[in-house]
Design a protein around this ligand. Structure first.
Ligand SMILES: C[S@@+](CC[C@H](N)C(=O)[O-])C[C@H]1O[C@@H](n2cnc3c(N)ncnc32)[C@H](O)[C@@H]1O
Length: 245
């Protein structure tokens, strides 16, 4: 087994997930949180990026807090949930350097694949990297998870890791990992930890590579994107108003 994964599994029982702080169903599964914290510890990760702000932000920030030069860039598509995550972090007393950013999800082509993609200024991720660790915990229902790996790959350190939450789901995350393997056949090494939470994908970046976006599955991924973008627009209309906006 990969030594960092083995160490994180050994560490995870020592990690406390406060029931008072954990947000329940909207947050990462508590076991996944424990692994994530153990993994940050095992890697000594101090430059981290995540897509999907929330409780995970706090779990990772607390682990990297003692490390000099720590930095976590936490990106969410929702102004409302980003603000809630920032408030929880600010109230926690954790002194790690965390930057929250809102980036709306918009359709974008990756070769033949039309995917929902976080709209970020061009070059931002590369400028803020290289990252030791990335967490992909974007909204469920297929909102923006496949595109994230393509976007962050150039900004990841060689030997850095990407953790994908809910990795057991057959039609979504497992399909994303297959597409990523096709796009970067020699450059990534994915491991599926089926028994932790809803499954965690742990993907090592082995080497630099240009993606060969696969044609296989492109039509169904693109049709899903059109459907999900419409769903996303109606979700935005229903989202609770942000009083601080
Ligand atoms: C799987 S959640 C992110 C969870 C985050 N990584 C955590 O550990 O709490 C994915 C997205 O759902 C949204 N979200 C967060 N809390 C929510 C809630 N209570 N109800 C609905 N959506 C929520 C946010 O926009 C977030 O990006």
């Amino acid at each position: 087994m990969n030594p960092y994964i083995a160490e994180a599994v050994a560490e995870m029982d020592k990690v406390n997930v406060s029931r008072l702080e954990h947000p329940g169903a909207s947050g990462m599964d508590p076991s996944s949180c424990r692994f994530l914290a153990g993994f940050v510890r095992a890697l000594g990760a101090k430059r981290i990026i995540e897509f999907g702000s929330g409780f995970s932000t706090l779990m990772m920030a607390r682990e990297m807090e003692p490390l000099e030069g720590n930095y976590l860039l936490s990106i969410d598509d929702s102004q409302h949930y980003s603000a809630l995550a920032k408030e929880a972090f600010d109230n926690s007393g954790c002194q790690a350097k965390v930057e929250f950013r809102v980036a709306p999800l918009r359709p974008r082509f990756y070769g033949p694949r039309l995917l929902l993609s976080y709209s970020l200024p061009k070059g931002l991720l590369e400028a803020m990297g290289p990252f030791d660790l990335a967490l992909i915990d974007a909204p469920h229902q297929d909102y923006g998870r496949e595109s994230v790996l393509y976007d962050i790959f150039p900004a990841m350190a060689q030997g850095g890791y990407i953790v994908l939450d809910d990795a057991n789901r057959a039609d979504t995350e497992r399909a994303h990992v297959r597409a990523w393997q096709a796009a970067y056949p020699q450059a990534i090494d994915p491991v599926l930890l089926e028994g932790i939470g809803n499954g965690l994908g742990v993907i090592e970046k082995i080497s630099e590579a240009k993606p060969a976006y696969p044609l296989s599955g492109a039509l169904s991924a693109s049709l899903k994107t059109v459907r999900n973008f419409r769903r996303l627009l109606s979700r935005s209309e229903e989202e609770p108003p942000d009083n601080n906006a």
